[in-house]
Design a protein around this ligand. Structure first.
Ligand SMILES: NC(=O)c1ccc[n+]([C@@H]2O[C@H](COP(=O)([O-])OP(=O)(O)OC[C@H]3O[C@@H](n4cnc5c(N)ncnc54)[C@H](O)[C@@H]3O)[C@@H](O)[C@H]2O)c1
Ligand SMILES: O=P(O)(O)OC[C@H](O)CO
Length: 345
């Protein structure tokens, strides 16, 4: 597929040279930006610069020109108009804080992270704004059915760019729009971020069910009731109902709950097949955000009085030693109720 060129090249820094950071850096470069990819791993940076590959995270993918890698955060951030963050959520605060002094005046920050911070229950755009002292108007999030490998292969994909300020959302969307990557804008940052974080927890639940040997009925049940949980939490926190049926909501939920490329889904499957959490994390290799975020999501839900039985089940199985069969039994034994989102618990 051919690529499009931005009329006046935007200078972008992408922080995190794993699967999604590298892929999004490639999207930005294909969209015409001048991109610097920062990571702490010198071997990855050397690989990207010398071979145009990130063999550790995206084997076999050729990266575009217009993308250079560095381990020097100051060099990556110098003059960057767009600063994209793609590191694991629970590492964000500690990693980003010392980089604040290198941020260019007026820079727009973008979180690609799909998690909720443990101990504060903050969404990642809140963490980024807080540690960098940015107004929320200057922080956007990108979330949708975005499995990195498929996008790195230029498979047609859409996403949501969300920001409080429509101008910020439009700026980010223009910077990452290419022939294979189509961003839609939206102003529901709360809803978009919650969708991204909680779908990982639901994907763990689906994986657990499939690993246990349950079929499509169970999968569809968990996805559908999972969406109800996500929606209830989002509405309680002020999100727009429409977001949950969109790309960041239903779209990402379906992609993550059904794809073998999803680390959360795969990790859940290992658990359902009988592995311990430690074994499953080791076997999955990458960042399965739901493993930690299930706890902060549940805590957030408890704060606002929203019942999230699937999320509670995932927390119990992963962190409290509940057997998988007890999770299934417990979910089905709850009192009868009507189906709707607004029908209570
Ligand atoms: N992979 C995907 O398909 C995908 C898609 C959408 C969103 N996301 C989200 O993007 C975020 C990053 O995921 P990923 O897939 O790139 O993960 P990854 O495991 O592929 O890469 C994480 C990167 O962060 C680095 N890292 C880890 N801890 C760090 C620290 N303390 N300081 C600096 N760097 C650190 C690692 O070295 C690695 O380069 C997650 O929140 C994930 O949910 C991932
Ligand atoms: O591999 P996962 O489970 O982190 O999912 C990746 C993306 O978030 C899918 O949109």
């Amino acid at each position: 597929m051919s690529t499009t060129t931005h009329p006046s090249p935007v200078t972008a820094a992408v922080l995190g040279s794993g699967a999604w950071g590298t892929t999004f850096a490639a999207v930005l470069a294909d969209a015409g930006c001048e991109v610097r990819l920062w990571g702490r791993n010198a071997d990855v940076a050397a690989d990207v610069n010398a071979t145009r590959h990130n063999s550790a995270y995206l084997p076999g993918i050729e990266l575009p020109a217009g993308l250079t890698a560095t381990t020097d955060a100051a060099a990556a951030l110098a003059g960057a108009q767009l600063v994209v963050v793609a590191i694991p959520s629970q590492s964000a605060r500690a990693t980003l804080a010392p980089l604040r002094e290198h941020l260019a005046e007026g820079a727009v920050a973008v979180s690609l992270m799909k998690g909720v911070e443990l101990s504060t229950d903050r969404r990642m755009s809140e963490v980024v704004a807080e540690v960098w002292g940015l107004p929320l108007d200057k922080v956007a999030v990108v979330s949708g059915p975005n499995l990195a490998r498929e996008i790195a292969e230029h498979q047609p994909t859409a996403t949501v760019v969300s920001a409080n300020d429509p101008e910020t959302a439009r700026f980010v969307a223009a910077a990452c729009s290419s022939s294979y990557f189509r961003p839609y804008t939206n102003s529901d940052v709360v809803g978009v971020e919650l969708c991204g974080a909680v779908k990982n927890v639901i994907a763990l639940a689906v994986g657990i069910a499939q690993g246990r040997g349950f079929g499509y009925n169970t999968t569809a049940t968990v996805i559908t009731r999972g969406l109800v949980e996500i929606t209830r939490l989002g509405l309680a926190l002020g999100a727009d109902a429409e977001t949950f049926s969109g790309l960041a909501g239903m779209g990402d939920l379906v992609a993550t709950c059904t794809s073998p490329l999803s680390r959360n889904h795969t990790l859940g499957k290992h658990i359902g097949q009988g592995m311990s959490l430690e074994e499953a994390v080791a076997a999955t290799g990458g960042t399965a955000e739901g493993v930690k975020s299930c706890r902060s999501v549940l805590e957030l839900a408890q704060k606002v009085g929203v019942d999230m039985p699937i999320t509670a089940g995932v927390v119990a199985v992963l962190h409290e030693g509940m057997p998988v069969d007890d999770m299934a039994r417990g979910l089905l034994a709850r009192p009868q109720k009507s189906e709707g989102v607004t029908s209570g618990h």
